[in-house]
Design a protein around this ligand. Structure first.
Ligand SMILES: [Zn+2]
Length: 449
């Protein structure tokens, strides 16, 4: 593994990093222990931090004065017992409450208050505040993610994503460079056409690539059609969207590469990171966020069950989000054979609007593996919308127009994947736009409910 970088003249080993690097390593030293703690010890530690956070929120954030009036913020154990009675904060609440969620007295040593905007694939963007301290923890978990996935910091890291230019930076980002000497980082905007993205990858030949799942799928299909593999690429990372069920297998089949998925959100940063040993498991980043997965009655889901993700940020004292129902649904996992005590999510299903509703009222998360499309026709990209109880409309980008028999085969395949003989309308399009946030959903329900 790469050695930490030294900031002191003439000191090669052992290294003395600069103050930011030293702080990150100090936290990393603790994270490297706490990830192995048993669940009850992690929960005790979480509630020690939650008690401090809630006292601050009750006393300095107007929106919480009432909500937390009865919370026993001086006793972490009592707070844990009281916790389920704290009202949930919905996305619409956050929009409505606005500045009433801002603290009137952020501790000075949390650094500057920083504004952020969520892009909001729902079309309802939020404005929020964080601090230099909460951003520092983002950096610490960014570092953990690289270390868990055993990346070589000396390599070239490429990201195809939103909010970036076509650019080359000398390092992997402030937090990582404070601790390690790194190779360069390359960025490309996600709106770049896929064929050009592939040319860019082949020309720059990075060691790692981070992008959104739908974009990675497009790249893999384009690469397979051309029969090309970026020579040095050794790891793929994903974030920002629900992971399609077939994407890991596709990465393996086309480029022979592993995939590391990240569950994150703009309001709270890293929520769960893929286990280094068990790829199907996502470990909740319990040292920075408290996550509950709740059923329709508000009770915690047992392993194997899916429910609503409710999060509480532990370190953002500028705009604490307490029991915030982010709108995602996830499946709770059993404890992980890797031995880490960090809670496990098995699948992140995305939003309720990604559920298909059958005429009998039942719902499920449909999936549409690339192999099933490609067995029928050269389909490059697709998006399904449920526009009525019996109606599905499909936008399709294909290498050539589909023959009538292929169209019928696609309709039959989709009816099988959806679990009902829907009326399916296919519409060939030249391209499918990403939403305002650059994110992409395979399936969206437009039914009101
Ligand atoms: Zn694990």
């Amino acid at each position: 593994m790469t050695e930490p970088r030294s900031a002191v003249t003439g000191l090669a080993w052992p290294a003395l990093p600069d103050s930011v690097g030293a702080s990150l390593l100090a936290v990393h030293y603790q994270l490297a222990q706490s990830e192995w703690w048993p669940a009850p010890r992690l929960e005790d530690a979480s509630f020690r931090q939650l008690a401090v956070l809630l006292r601050h929120a009750r006393d300095t954030v107007p929106a919480y004065a009432q909500r937390l009036a009865n919370a026993p913020v001086d006793d972490p154990q009592a707070l844990a017992a009281h916790w389920p009675s704290i009202p949930l904060l919905r996305r619409t609440d956050v929009q409505t409450l606005g500045e009433a969620l801002h603290s009137r007295a952020v501790p000075a040593d949390h650094g500057q208050v920083i504004a952020y905007h969520t892009s909001g694939s729902t079309g309802r963007p939020l404005r929020g505040l964080e601090t230099e301290l909460s951003h520092f923890f983002f950096g610490a978990l960014n570092l953990r993610e690289h270390l868990w996935q055993r990346r070589d910091f000396g390599g070239t890291f490429a990201a195809i994503r939103t909010q970036v230019q076509d650019a080359r930076q000398p390092g992997w980002g402030r937090a990582i460079e404070a601790v390690f000497d790194t190779g360069p980082a390359l960025t490309l905007p996600i709106h770049t056409p896929v064929e050009r993205q592939l040319d860019w990858l082949l020309a720059n030949d990075p060691d790692y690539l981070l992008t959104h799942p739908s974009n990675l799928r497009g790249l893999l299909l384009a690469a397979r059609a051309r029969g090309v593999t970026p020579a040095r690429l050794r790891g793929l990372g994903n974030f920002g969207e629900q992971l399609p069920v077939d994407l890991r297998a596709l990465c393996d089949a086309v480029w022979g590469l592993p995939l590391a998925d990240i569950y994150s959100c703009e309001e709270a940063g890293y929520l769960a990171l893929q286990c280094p040993e068990v790829p199907e498991h996502y470990h909740v980043q319990a040292e920075n966020v408290f996550i509950e997965v709740l059923d329709a009655h508000g009770a915690p889901c047992p392993p194997g069950a899916s429910g609503e993700v409710v999060l509480t940020t532990l370190h953002n004292f500028a705009m604490p989000l307490i029991r915030y129902a982010i709108g995602d649904l996830a499946e709770v996992g059993a404890s992980c054979p890797c031995g880490r005590g960090l809670p496990v999510l098995r699948r992140i299903h995305g939003r309720a609007r990604n559920l298909v509703r059958l005429p009998d009222g039942s719902r499920h998360w449909p999936s549409f593996p690339a192999e099933e499309w490609l067995a029928i026709a050269p389909v490059r990209q697709f998006r399904l919308r449920q526009t009525g109880p019996e109606r599905i409309e499909v936008d399709l980008v294909a290498a050539r127009p589909l023959a009538a028999a292929e169209q019928r085969a696609v309709q039959a395949m989709l009816q099988r994947r959806l679990g009902h003989a829907f009326d399916i309308a296919l519409r060939p399009v030249a391209a499918i736009d990403r939403g305002a946030g650059g994110k992409f959903e395979d399936f969206v329900s437009e039914l009101d409910d």
